[in-house]
Design a protein around this ligand. Sequence first.
Ligand SMILES: [Fe+2]
Length: 296
Amino acid sequence: MVMQATQSAAVRISAQGAFGVVVEGFDPTSSAHVVEVRRAVYRERIAVVKGLDLDPHQFVALGRLFGEPKPYYEPIYHHPDVAEVFVSSNLDTGEQHIGVPKTGKFWHSDYQFMPRPFDLTLIHPRLVPSRDRGTFFIDLVREYQALDPALQRALKGTTATHSVHRYFKIRPHDVYRPISEVLDDIATTTPPVNLPTVHAHPHTGEPVAYVSEGFTTGITDADGVERPDLLHELLSATGQLDSTFEHPAIRLQTYDKGDLLIWDNRSLVHRALHSASDEPTVSHRVTVYDDGGRSA
Ligand SMILES: [Fe+2]
């Protein structure tokens, strides 16, 4: 895809209910459109861009407009032609499987277990089942504001530890390996990461309670004492322990073919809703580091 500045019609950005925006008339060749959509993502957390049909090369080119795409650290997720495209797929052609099925079915932020989490996640569904497919979201900036002030005070100066341990997927080449070797691999490649439990969002300055049920393994207070009570209280207050998905913080974002979802990966934790049916489902993802500075 050639990205050249052109005169484009105005992009239309409108609220979609209480959460996020819908974007129509987006022209990737318009730098003005990219600026507007990026700003909307950090302000409203998620944008659903309509009417796009991007092959993997075009998708990663579009991702470059919003930041620096980074290939996932585990190659089994890579698209065979474009490593920066992460493939979630339940397609089994009987030949070599492309991508990984049933990804992300737990609350998390992408790369939360790495020293630097991604700024933006872009998802482009390619094969969409007829029902029960989408992504649940929780806004951790909003939920931090809504916390009991006593819990907010208790979180001050604490550190959260994040690890991939709990949801690491066994890879094809792990079969017949001793589990201790696999665990050693995980410890070497992705050691636990410590971050302030509440920190200022790099693009908006808002405080975000950056924890997830999937990747956060503990909270430690300023004196180095582990506080499982605080982690449980925080996960519970933000809706991440609600198996009914009826907590008011939880929102379901559905999508259609031709949509491109772009979300703020630090403000939002997300969790995939996978269709119970066997219908083919394929989704492409590009994740980027956005060093563009404050946008809101
Ligand atoms: Fe994810």
